[in-house]
Write a protein of this length. Structure first.
Length: 374
């Protein structure tokens, strides 16, 4: 029965991917791109804080906050070890496009302002506050030089700070309880807090542009180069921000099949469908995710075989296999078993890829070139 269910699930995954892959431009080669969001973003700061949230009766058990945290040095090194084991047809290792957040809230300064002003600290400063993370930037760069970890721009913060501050100003007790423990959480899903480029009024857009410019400047300061791709937190952004991306050297916009355009009401968006290789009026191109590996979302799902079916669909339609796999799958700072499951599934997936498609290559999103897209 289990094998039958796996076959049904894989077939459904293949068909679902085909609805994405049947349109759009083509590539000549079999390309594997693993896009992984949220690197550098705070979630739950420690295992102790997670325990306090549970004791307080907050709904952390239903939230990504139960596992998600800043990646530790161990998390990074174990991930790099798995990636380095597998080589593509060009003898280059498997790699992750690590979509990174460049800053986090400065909790002390925000509190000092009476929660009326937002202040941020660069991710380099955030890492210094954690003993198991203080060397992370050097490790990121090491992963980059070894060809297994390619940072790209995800945003300055993964936070709609205006909404967060508004809740704090309203003296929400749960939000303040979490704030005092270094988390942007209030005990519910808090998805609206994470949507950095959603807006409640179009007058928010100019400030969003300034925030993006600042984030891109920090990216260049840390890595000495511009980010050639961008992925909006929660796939939610207004087309008006794209001009600031273009002017800073961004060439590719990562995303799922539909861009979620804000309307001024949370959770009510205008979906704008994109296809692989589509070019907008500014000349930016869209890279559409057509495969999923998210073990932390559902421990009972066979993510590996489902993802392999989606890769088969991508290659059948001459598309790159663009695998969505968030950082949460590879962090064990709060719960090591979460990281162990994610790395086990990633290892199984990569082993299957190189065996089934020995002519496939692993690249990062920024390595897509106009020559490869037909």
């Amino acid at each position: 029965m289990k094998d039958k269910n796996q076959l049904i699930q894989s077939f459904k995954s293949y068909l679902s991917a085909t609805t994405i892959n049947a349109t759009g431009k083509s590539v000549k080669e079999k390309l594997i791109i693993i896009e992984s969001d949220d690197w550098g973003a705070i979630r739950t700061p420690s295992k102790e804080a997670a325990g306090e949230f549970r004791e307080k009766g907050l709904e952390i058990g239903k939230s990504m906050y139960r596992f998600d945290a800043l990646e530790s040095q161990d998390d990074l090194e174990l991930l790099f070890d798995v990636l380095a084991k597998y080589k593509g047809s060009d003898d280059k290792p498997a790699k992750i496009t690590a979509n990174a957040i460049m800053a986090n809230p400065d909790f002390d300064k925000i509190k000092a302002s009476g929660f009326t002003e937002f202040h941020h600290e660069k991710v380099t400063e955030t890492f210094k506050k954690y003993p198991q993370h203080s060397n992370n930037i050097a490790i990121w760069k090491q992963g980059k030089s070894h060809g297994v970890f390619q940072p790209q721009f995800h945003g300055r913060e993964h936070l709609n700070y205006k909404r967060w501050l508004r809740v704090l100003q309203q003296q929400n007790k749960a939000a303040h309880f979490c704030f005092d423990r270094g988390a942007t959480y209030s005990g519910t899903g808090d998805y609206s807090f994470m949507e950095a480029y959603d807006w409640d009024a179009t007058s928010d857009i100019p400030e969003q542009k300034m925030v993006i410019q600042d984030g891109l400047n920090i990216f260049k300061e840390i890595f000495g180069e511009t980010s050639k791709s961008f992925i909006a937190p929660c796939y939610n952004w207004d087309p008006a921000i794209e001009e600031i991306l273009k002017s800073n050297g961004v060439e590719w916009i990562q995303g799922i099949r539909s861009q979620l355009i804000p309307t001024g009401t949370f959770d009510n968006y205008i979906p704008l469908r994109h296809y692989f290789g589509e070019k907008n009026d500014l000349g930016l191109q869209y890279n559409v995710r057509n495969c999923i590996l998210e073990p932390s979302m559902n421990a009972n799902r066979d993510w590996v075989n489902s993802c392999l079916a989606q890769i088969s669909s991508a290659f059948h339609w001459n598309k790159p296999a663009v695998i969505c796999s968030h950082r949460i799958n590879f962090v064990g700072f709060i719960e090591e078993s979460n990281r162990d499951r994610g790395l086990r599934d990633l290892n199984m997936l990569l082993k299957s890829i190189v065996r089934k498609w020995p002519d496939a290559k692993f690249i990062s999103t920024d390595e897509l070139t106009l020559k490869e897209v037909q």
